[in-house]
Design a protein around this ligand. Structure first.
Ligand SMILES: Cc1ncc(COP(=O)(O)O)c(C=O)c1O
Length: 389
């Protein structure tokens, strides 16, 4: 098996799993309990909170633990707007559904939502944000790095504009945390979403960074855990694993970036040099180190994924919704892609546990499959690729 779908989820590290096991076995106390079982669980949570905070240079008191990226995004959007009956949110056309769907709901409730456009590389222009801000604007939410095409947004510039107008700035950094250095203080970020399973931690756990002083209404009410911001007995084992994954990510950040970039660049080079009529999507340079996204003209991306899977290679089109609902990628549409370009898209995302020979093997298989699919493609007359192959 060659796993090249690390933007969807990553393999849990052995060390992370081992850190969790005691909390699934003998250390099962409820962190709210006063006795020593409870105190041990509480201590473990607070250690994890420090590990999570440290990765993004936050104070532990600024870390709200959630069930993952989706909940963090929902909490940021709904928590900040909860006490307003109307208002204005600015986001972008290329956000994950975990931003777009809560925005849709807020819009039904009377909020105005503006979606900033992107250029052909999937990048937002900060001057578009400046023009869009009004007196009604309560929140700006622009993702850090795109989950489909990997483009990194100009976060510092966007946050700076928000601060000029005293508007809180949220970023969905699910794909970026642990992959690139992120310092929330230097970047001027007010709220930031993280997901554990994207950085070799367990699934169903994540965090929302909330800068001290930002007031947020709770979305989940009950026993008052997480300082009343998120009720419910904490998932101690997952929190501990998430903390450990953050610690490992922080200690190995530069080494991991070099490794991911080396693999990703090799992948891009080999594909572009060995397969005709292939285009790299997203920004050529300002992109997440683990992301490579292509259009193979004359091929259906989903056919590619199915064929790759037969050879034991895990890949994706990059757009989760396209798998479930056959909907064309809204990200590629926003980048101005034609239907044919969207249809031929494939996302390959490397992880810290991949190696060079896997890249060689994957490209050999990909070349063969693309050739076979193109031979029966309805577009085969349109391009020169059959003869070139
Ligand atoms: C950019 C982005 N935001 C949010 C999410 C959702 O995160 P989670 O799976 O932790 O709910 C994902 C996951 O694919 C993502 O890529």
């Amino acid at each position: 098996m060659i796993y090249l779908d690390n933007a969807a989820s990553t393999q849990i590290y052995e060390e992370v799993l081992n850190s969790m096991l005691p909390y699934l076995k003998e250390q099962y106390g409820n962190p709210s309990s006063i006795h020593r079982y409870g105190r041990l669980s509480r201590k473990a949570i607070e250690k994890a909170r420090r590990q999570i905070a440290s990765l993004i240079n936050a104070d532990p008191s600024e870390v709200l633990i959630t069930s993952g990226g989706t909940e963090s995004n929902n909490t940021a959007l709904k928590g900040l707007t909860g006490n307003h009956v109307y208002g204005h949110i600015i986001t972008s056309l290329v956000e994950h559904d975990a931003i777009l769907e809560p925005c849709k709901e807020l819009s039904k409730n009377g909020f105005d939502i503006d979606y900033l456009p992107v250029n052909k590389f999937g990048m937002v222009n900060p001057s578009d944000l400046q023009k869009c801000i009004s007196q009604k604007t309560n929140l700006v939410s622009i993702m850090f790095g795109n989950n489909e095409v990997g483009t990194i947004q100009p976060i510092f510039e966007l946050a700076k504009i928000c601060h000029e107008y005293k508007i809180p700035f949220h970023t969905d950094a699910v794909q970026a945390v642990g992959k690139i250095p992120i310092n929330v203080k230097d970047l001027g970020i007010d709220l930031l979403s993280i997901s554990s399973h994207k950085l070799n931690g367990p699934k169903g756990i994540g965090a929302l960074y909330i800068k001290n002083g930002i007031g947020l209404d709770p979305v989940i009410l009950g026993g008052g855990q997480e300082h009343g911001l998120r009720s419910g007995t904490e998932n101690v084992a997952n929190i501990v694993g998430f903390g450990k994954a953050c610690e490992i990510a922080q200690n190995n950040l530069q080494k991991n970036i070099s490794h991911l970039e080396m693999l990703r660049n090799k992948l891009i080079e080999k594909i572009l040099n060995n397969i005709p009529e292939v285009y790299l999507n997203g920004h050529p340079k300002v992109r997440l180190p683990h992301n490579a996204h292509f259009t193979f003209l004359g091929v259906n991306g989903e056919d590619l994924i199915i064929k790759l899977d037969e050879y034991g290679i895990a890949a994706s089109t990059g757009s989760a919704c396209s798998v479930n609902t056959q909907k064309a990628s809204h990200v590629l549409q926003a980048m101005g892609f034609s239907h044919e370009q969207i249809t031929g898209s494939l996302r390959l995302t490397v992880g810290t546990l991949n190696n060079k020979s896997e890249i060689d093997d994957a490209v050999d298989v990909l070349k063969k499959i693309v050739h076979e699919l193109r031979a029966v493609s309805p577009y085969k007359e349109k391009y020169s690729f059959v003869s070139k192959n």
